[in-house]
Design a protein around this ligand. Sequence first.
Ligand code: NAD
Ligand code: LMR
Length: 358
Amino acid sequence: SDGECIGLEEWKAKAKVGDSEHPFIMVKAVVLGAAGGIGQPLSLLLKTNPAITALGLFDIVNTPGVAVDLSHIDTPAVVVGRLPPNDGLKEVLTGADVVVIPAGVPRKPGMTRDDLFKINAGIVKDLATGIATVCPKAFVLVISNPVNSTVPIVAEVFKKHGVYDPKRIFGVTTLDVVRASTFVAEIIGKPGAAPDVVVPVVGGHSGVTIVPLLSQSSHPLPADLAKDKFDALVNRIQFGGDEVVAAKDGAGSATLSMAYAGFEFANKIIRAVKGEKGIVAPSFVALEADPAGAEALSKDLGAKLAFFSSNVELGPNGVVKIHPLGKLTEAEVALVKAAVPELREEHPDGAFPVLPLL
Ligand code: NAD
Ligand code: LMR
């Protein structure tokens, strides 16, 4: 067999059969890069979500085993794992509602995320071509780095195929949000409060483009927090990825915390798809997804950018509203000022970046 744990027809049939005890609309989630460091734990977490009735796993290696393993878990999702031959990507993507992409190479010490561009841009381009062809209406959640560039690549591929909808393509920056919650809870001396700490983290997903708006934290920092402590906190949120890369010492970058973060964001999308209102989360999106929101945001930024991660309200069709930055402190204005040229550099004149591989 080429890797399915049950026959494709059987899978499709099962995934379509509602379960009267679980009155949810059916959701098919797909993970591309599902056998990797992020892909496996992310697939595990998605398998635990009872709202997901079908889970498709694709990678260039090992998905048959991962799929059979996960298929023994007693949750509703019917799991199929496929490899490239015999239209594996097409079969996995057919009927997908949400496609998460953690496929690609991770950093080693001494590398920037941009150093991954050459390899990952090609991988993401190929996978995006599959999505644009097979399930162009799916929500696409891009994890592969550098997110600031891979999201525009997906957008470009969708444009080429005439199926571009900026409301449905998201760069996953949730790990920055998760880190901010954890580190702020530590600083305020309440690590147990971490799940309730909400800090908007805006900008992009690399170094100084990561801008935590700590003055808007649900749990304010101590008023007498020393400047060096504040700066160290901002730096830790911006460079948290490096902390993991250094600790893993050549064995890759964040995988488990990223799987958790990717699951958090995917769940928000799924809740929004199911009609829940008022779900807001930062995500790196094309600002044309909400022209009015983009207009207000560009006033905050002092520049027109093509892509930016701000708080985004989600609905059944994706982006409902891109929120402005809100009231900023002087320190936050300085962080935004440092982020904008970096994001502009990646997207000159607010246009899509030059994509040598396309
Ligand atoms: P990994 O090497 O452990 O896993 C990547 C997987 O992608 C592998 O299983 C590989 O076989 C697969 N793959 C490669 N080419 C493929 C293709 N064409 N089609 C399908 N699958 C393919 O790496 P990882 O640690 O899981 O990281 C994956 C990516 O996620 C990296 O680019 C990393 O930088 C990025 N990342 C992003 C964030 C974020 O916050 N957005 C956080 C952590 C890691
Ligand atoms: C992270 O923030 O942990 C990821 O983007 C992986 C990396 O390269 O740091």
